[in-house]
Design a protein around this ligand. Sequence first.
Ligand SMILES: *Cc1c(COP(=O)(O)O)cnc(C)c1O
Length: 428
Amino acid sequence: MSAEFPQSQRLFEQARSLMPGGVNSPVRAWQSVGLNPRLIVRGQGARVYDADGCAYLDYLASWGPLILGHAHPEVVAAVQEAAAAGTSFGASTPGEVELARLLTQAVPTLELVRLVTSGTEACMSALRLARAATGRSRLIKFDGCYHGHADSFLVAAGSGVLTQGIPGSPGVPPEIAGLTLSLPYNDLEAVRGAVQRYPGEIAALIVEPVAGNMGVAPPQPGFLQGLRDICDAAGIILIFDEVITGFRVGWGGAQALYAVRPDLTCLGKIIGGGLPVGAYGGRRDLMERMAPSGPVYQAGTLSGNPVAVAAGRATLAALQDGKAYNLLEERAAWLESELTGLARSRGLPLCLNRVGSMLTLFFTAGPVHNLEDAKKSDLAAFTRFFQGMLAQGVYLPPSQFEAWFISLAHTEPDLEATAAAARKVLAG
Ligand SMILES: *Cc1c(COP(=O)(O)O)cnc(C)c1O
């Protein structure tokens, strides 16, 4: 491998001497797929190019944000224009107001919204607000759902930690972790049980309305509404973590798709168009508790950064055209039918879960409704598939427990090439 990808090899060796594991975020290290990572120097449309000059059809999409593909001309122009006008002021700018308007129009449950710089920050702040509003401390989350790396969420926390077989994380005080109840996804009985066990103690329930961090697991019919009903009956704040699903599964996110209204919503990824933006928002009476209109503190030097906000606005503007989501659905459905057809004709035990343009091919017969189901996947078979696809020039997320993302830059020939690569790799 070092002979084949000398530049990536050389750079990664340097990186390892400078950064823990050679990376700034664990899943980038490709540990679970038995390779050293390729360092990426450029992206254009549906493709990325590594340091050795190889091109790949990219289904990672920066882990979700790049729904328009890489270096979309309107996003690049917006970033250039904003950067030339000054990168940060520590004061409010018109662009923030405009992004807040777009978000609240697209997602009607966002009566008020606050911009932050990451999904982690959005989730952490929404939890603080829920605890403040209820005067309670406990949190319910679901096994395999990821809500960023704040202490309270690092319990059975999905892809990154899962891939490395670390159940939680050292450094999270047991007093904090003990306040988090992690339950099986799609299991309303488990939620009812937990709520009965801790009457009046649960501040919030946070859920990925379509799970993406155990691989894609859609909500079973009635699951999200069931959560809404349980939370209403017990005075629990329902938080939808739409950091992936927001503007991914549709213009109004998963809450519009499944017609369930959370109290608070967390956003990130797509709303920054590839630059660092997160947001949380929801009921006005709750959001008004945030400083400076209320006493709950949360702040950020680069919150609503003008360059990042410009990338987000340009991305949302391109998506606002009603055809975008139909096109994504059409293309993703085509790839799904090719891959499931392939599995069927070869008699392979594969299970494909998809909602809109996010999908996961699990190396298990399925069905996959929760983390326990996802863990039945044959990880050695996934690793062979990942390596084979990479050799065919297709860059998939380097973990079984992640979503592939289709962007508007993926053309029909791109998808045909992907299906052809899968045919070859699965035959081998
Ligand atoms: C990515 C992600 C986060 C964390 O966002 P960061 O910007 O990486 O901090 C939170 N929730 C979900 C569902 C995510 O997929």
